[in-house]
Design a protein. Sequence first.
Length: 457
Amino acid sequence: MKPVERTSPRHPPMRQFPVQDGELVVGGLPLRRGWDMTLAATGAGAMPKLRETVLARPVIPHLKDTTAMSTSPRLAWTNLPASALRQRPDLLAAWDRLNGERGDLPFLTAEAMICALDIFGDGSERLLVGQHGRTAVAMLILVPAGKFRWYTFQPSQIPLGACVAEAGLSLSNIARELSRGPLGFCLSLSMTQLDPRFSPRDEDYADSNSSDYIETGWIELNDSFDGYWSARGKNLRQNMRKQRNRLATEGITGWMRSLTARADMALAVERYGALESSGWKAAQGTAIHRDNAQGRFYRRLLEGAAERGEAVVYEYPFNDCVVASNLCLRRRGTLVVLKTTYNELIQSYSPAFLLCHDEMQQLYRENTIDRLEYYGRIMNWHTRWTENKRTIYHLTVYRWPLVKQFAEWRRRTSVAAAARPGTLPTVQDALDRTPLANAFLVDTADGERPLPGLSQP
């Protein structure tokens, strides 16, 4: 093919190649008439640039590996403002029913979602409802991110993304349907922070990509506390014994209390915030305070859960002063630790570990909880208490395979640029002028800091 030179006042010289059916292949995808592919005149290694006008009218060949995956019928989707979840009792009941089919998680109830939307939402959130016949079988709260990109509503206070669905449905196929219709022109949809325990991780296809988020840990409460404790490391067991002897020698009484009444939640969150505000999170501006958004969220969440008997706050005072606290939700035999903090000024006494030790003893004694979930990033201190871990992941589905290829290339060049300070890929300027450049995966960050390790002798 003979290239045709093009220039414009805003762009460097480009070479436009007229493409015939099946004549040119990019990343394994044959281009067809209707694509306008241009190459920046910067050498043989230049990345193909797809003109913005072309993306609105592509002709994609039938891709067997992305269309033969699902045997389930397509769903009928309704796109509503997220506020409809609060306003319509039928949607609220449907959300809770679907949550019940995938783990029945206490932080993914409709009430928890409404609370998060009221406090952390900005009004742009949409509620997508997928129906099979007259029955809702999938529901997601989605947020727009730039042009042509969506992701699940994901405030950092909610461990998993705002997505519920019947257990047998593939999340990849749900995302595929959403990205090709109900959301309008959508280049990518990311479902963030998915738990493989309830949403098995699909293999990647030409138009999808799953990526690791964090490893998280859990504890199975089997056998007895004595059996569990004897399986812990010698260092942990000796440290707990040493700290208790030290407290006794200094005349300090360490003890644990659990709060479950609605009336106790406000002060419990306030005490938690006082502990957190005295440590490293205060300097970063991420500490809970009774008057900030986080403080209002946890108070409202725990008060609502307490009315159903699903909230519990474990506190560990030294004499009458609380030095460690865990904010938790519980449902159907599972205890979820939402937040944990301690007084950093006395970390040499291991107050957080003392709380964990007494908490585990009480859970075994009460015999109503058979699984404890952390859901945060697994840290070194978690491994003292459990060997169990699994990977929470993100799932992104792209409208076309070529968009995934472009996203992966963009990611690779960004990594390469970061490794060479002061340099940029040769086509960076051209990419920055393309809306595609910002239409890919959602970046998330985890700001958790590990609890202190075992104190030294």
